[in-house]
Design a protein around this ligand. Structure first.
Ligand code: ATP
Ligand code: MG
Length: 200
């Protein structure tokens, strides 16, 4: 029998992508022997609908620059090219439609995202289709996960990652206020932000 490809989806708005995302994805790759991590920039995040989000092509471009130096990382346009709000269930279904049963699928989230999982569309179907990896993130407590239904909690895999108190919100604010963002994200992404006058 052919070996199943172990593939992970790293979902996010990536506005912009930063070292918190990259460290988390790499920790999951090594920790769970993943063959590849696919970064999936959200087309239209349903949970950020009232917010001003940078055009998808800029977020896709920055994500592509950020993963360029890791041969195990890829970026997918699947959510950007799909009209309407971006739901993880549609993305995961698209991966299985493409790969068939030749893959074992993981979905990587940070602690804040996993705590909101009940608000995700068709969460029970989603949990059946892939393994959820919940990474530690400064400011959020994975213990709070015990407030979720037990059948979900027992399926979630916990992962400790080096604590990086970095968020895209903070990076956007820093740019707006002319404060440094150096060392919070890859230099190529920093250059992209300044060259395209993002977050001004
Ligand atoms: P924003 O502040 O705009 O919400 P963000 O920094 O939270 O941006 P997202 O694109 O919302 O980034 O997050 C994508 C995924 O990465 C989520 O699952 C989130 O929990 C996780 N993540 C983001 N930053 C970190 C971090 N510093 N450590 C661990 N996980 C993180
Ligand atoms: Mg976020």
């Amino acid at each position: 029998m052919l070996k199943q490809l172990k593939l992970a989806v790293m979902g996010g708005t990536f506005d912009p992508i930063h070292y918190g995302h990259l460290v988390t994805a790499e920790a999951a790759r090594c920790g769970f022997n993943l063959d590849k991590v696919v970064f999936v920039p959200s087309g239209r995040p349903p949970h950020k609908r009232e917010k001003n989000i940078t055009p998808a092509e800029d977020r896709f471009g920055m994500t592509t620059l950020a993963v360029a130096t890791n041969p195990f990382f890829e970026v997918s346009r699947v959510e950007i090219d799909r009209p309407g709000f971006s739901y993880a269930i549609d993305t995961v279904t698209a991966f299985f439609d493409y790969y068939g049963n030749s893959i074992e699928l993981f979905f990587i989230t940070g602690a804040d995202a996993i705590l909101e999982i009940l608000t995700w569309k068709h969460v029970d179907r989603l949990m059946e289709k892939c393994h959820f990896i919940a990474a530690t993130r400064p400011g959020f407590h994975l213990n709070d996960i015990n407030n979720l239904p037990e059948q979900f909690v027992e399926k979630i895999i916990f992962m400790e990652v080096p604590a990086l108190a970095i968020s895209s919100t903070d990076i956007r604010r820093r740019v707006e206020e002319n404060r440094p963002i150096k060392y919070l994200l890859p230099e190529s992404v920093e250059e992209y932000i300044y060259r395209h006058h993002l977050y001004r």
